[in-house]
Design a protein around this ligand. Structure first.
Ligand SMILES: [Mn+2]
Length: 435
């Protein structure tokens, strides 16, 4: 029987906006939270003397973490190496470098030859000698179309056709690995993937290179005794035979994870059997306070009352309140800040109640086949306040439409004129500039 600790989606270095500077350490408190969560995972692995640690991918928010963040992660995984506990670090979508092969933020561990650390940045099978005997780990990192396809192969294909082709290739490649497995030894699949039967968490919004979905049946093969997943931030068991689990992220990355339990898995695996225990971590609470004040006679009093009743101690708090334009003067910002002082951090997000329904531009009509660039032009022509950035937005939008990823984003988001109207435009402009 092999005991292992399976964790995933560390995202070390993200969510700084939800923290503050710790004057004693000079670090952002959210970095400290993420370090504390990872430290607890490694502490447990050492305390249990597990035979193996599996990391399911997404170590950082991107492939170029700052040295401080890189070091924070390394100093924890090095404790496993020092204890002689084999560790597999799988490459997730956030760890991949957009340009060419290699260069993933975790590849440095292989380059340095860190003892007992295996980096899974391609589909391959690793035979690992553990204290309780050998185990086979098939690594399946996050797939992009450039992983298994060449550019000429995908030319002229729609996104869904590319995904079909990619799945065909994956099926063949995975079959190749499976056939080479030793049937007498325990076998584990470690995959960073969006499995079709999973329910979404924050990763839906985090994904930079939006990828594709793998059918659960393709991974739930009887040759695997355990399927260790990463990518989805919400802990969930997808299948019992073979046991297939997302441990979820180890800390809350954003408010979409407000109500989710965070933790890691302790798993016992032998040939033909597996059992897992979810171990919750005591992580930072997130708290959304939402109140509609538009009908209130005394909005300030009511808002302070709602805040007083909320459990905000040491929590990351966002306070969303709706009010009428004529009520704005009745809100005392300083008093609100005092009421929220007990929180770890907070943001006040007032929203004005729309007094009139949104107007539509007649020239845009209801023709949904209208060229997006023409529509954007017509929209900007009617928005004098955006005059300064109108030209830049059009240029950026044209570039966006011309680029493959841009077209994919628009297609995936099903971006229509209605959305354009309701999107926060500054943010749109900023995103366009970033692209
Ligand atoms: Mn991911």
């Amino acid at each position: 029987m092999i005991t292992l600790l399976h964790l995933s989606d560390i995202h070390m270095g993200s969510g700084f906006a939800h923290g503050r500077l710790n004057p004693e350490t000079g670090l952002n408190t959210r970095l400290e939270d993420f370090i504390a969560a990872l430290t607890r995972c490694i502490d447990r692995a050492l305390a249990e003397s597990v035979d193996l640690v599996l990391f399911g991918g997404d170590a950082f928010p991107d492939a170029t973490p700052t040295p401080l963040v890189q070091q924070a992660l390394a100093s924890q995984f090095c404790r496993l190496s020092a204890a002689g506990i084999p560790t597999v670090l799988l490459v997730g979508n956030h760890d991949q470098h957009a340009q060419g092969l290699g260069g993933a933020s975790l590849s440095i561990y292989r380059t340095l030859g860190v003892p007992d650390v295996v980096v899974g940045d391609r589909l391959e099978t690793h035979r690992i000698e553990t204290a309780s005997g050998p185990v086979q780990v098939v690594t399946l990192p996050w797939l992009t179309k450039s992983t298994l396809l060449t550019r000429p192969e995908t030319e002229g294909l729609s996104m869904s056709q590319v995904n079909e082709l990619l799945l065909d290739r994956l099926r063949v490649a995975l079959e190749g690995e499976i056939r080479r497995l030793d049937p007498d030894l325990p076998a584990i699949l470690l995959a960073h993937a969006m499995v079709d039967t999973a329910s979404y968490g924050a990763e839906r919004f985090l994904a930079v290179g939006r990828g594709f979905t793998i059918p659960m049946v393709m991974l739930a093969r009887p040759c695997f005794d355990y399927v260790a997943l990463g990518h989805v931030h919400r802990h969930q068991v997808l299948c019992d035979r073979p046991l297939m689990i997302y441990p979820g992220s180890i800390e809350r990355v954003d408010f979409s994870e407000e109500t989710e339990a965070k933790g890691y898995l302790l798993v016992r695996v032998a040939r033909g059997q597996a059992e897992a225990e979810f171990c919750p971590l005591p992580v930072r609470p997130f708290k959304t306070i939402q109140v509609d004040l538009s009908g209130a006679d005394a909005p300030q009093t009511q808002l302070e009352q709602v805040i007083a009743e909320a459990d905000i101690a040491d929590a990351v708090v966002r306070c969303l309140y709706t009010l009428r334009a004529d009520q704005v003067d009745q809100i005392d910002q300083t008093a609100l800040e005092a009421a929220l002082a007990n929180a770890h951090s907070y943001s006040l997000q007032p929203e004005l109640k729309a007094q009139t329904s949104r107007s539509r531009l007649p020239e845009l009509g209801t023709d949904s086949t209208l060229d997006p660039l023409v529509a954007l032009g017509a929209y900007l022509a009617n928005r004098d306040d955006l005059g300064d950035i109108a030209e830049g937005m059009l240029t950026a939008a044209a570039a966006l439409m011309a680029s493959e990823t841009g077209a994919e984003i628009l297609e995936e988001e099903d971006l229509s004129l209605d959305d354009l109207d309701s999107l926060a435009l500054e943010e749109t402009a900023q995103q366009l500039r970033l692209l």
